[in-house]
Design a protein around this ligand. Sequence first.
Ligand code: NAI
Length: 294
Amino acid sequence: MFKQIAIIGAGTMGYGITFQFAQNNQNVILVDQSEDALVKAKEKIEKYAEIFHRKDPVQYARANKIMKQLTFTTSLRNAAEADLVTECVVENLEVKQRLFKEMDELFPEDTIFVSNTSSLKLSDIIRDVQKHRSRSLLTHWFNPAHIVPLVEMLQTDETDPAVYAKVKQLLTQCGKVTIDVKKELPGLVANRIQIAMAREVLSLLEDDAATKEDIDRAVAYGPGFRLAQSGLLEIMDFGGLDVWIKVMEQLQPAIASGVKEYPTLTSKVEAGKFGVKNGEGFFTYPNGSMDDYI
Ligand code: NAI
């Protein structure tokens, strides 16, 4: 479908998205300004390939094939042949604006530009883009990118619908579930829902309403997941909207919508307990990695 996909930024999202595309037989060139980030990304992708194919010796052979479809480079110029570029660099508007301007000058007019920003406005990111305005859009993946199915998509008024459809088709072929975000609100759709849940989870923790394990169990096994692929609006239909309206009216005033401070979270961060990345957050992770959960 695409001759070559360039992923710019070889961090957490960059290597996950690279692996997902490579697993679906796409040639990918991974670009990062840091040689060290590229080395780490290569190690991660090799590990993912091994984990994914360990259980199936026939499939295991594919691990090598995946690595052959990949190129790693510190020079954006080496990616100039790519017909789709997915930007995954740090969440900094100026860095992204500079990069998109450089990409606009370097890549042929028909190259498609995609940003994976979580919180910046696409229209701001492409402020200085001229040649590629109709070929720019947003695809917001979730971490780990090769595991979480959802990708949120957003276009500008100028995005060519055929370009949008082509990217959507690629994502679907890769097994992703896409949603079309119609309005560019901060946090788009899924992150707003996740933040609303996080706010309530942290508030329950502060209130000592249940153990942290049980609070997490309630999230994992309760709302929204009772039936395969049921979303919350569907769950409300199943329960009865007449019932839900009463529950909302009674509970809404009592829940933590207005709470803005989370002492437990703050104290963890102040103590340098950031989670998986340094071995301890709410829970402990002796291996300092999420790989055991995949
Ligand atoms: P990260 O910090 O793990 O990786 C960013 C990489 O970009 C680094 O390796 C850095 O060396 C590289 N980089 C920075 N400027 C560059 C440039 N001009 N050219 C080439 N490489 C450059 O970041 P992460 O977490 O992968 O996030 C990337 C993007 O994806 C951000 O916009 C973030 O908001 C978004 N995102 C992150 C999610 C997450 O859970 N981490 C989820 C969804 C989106």
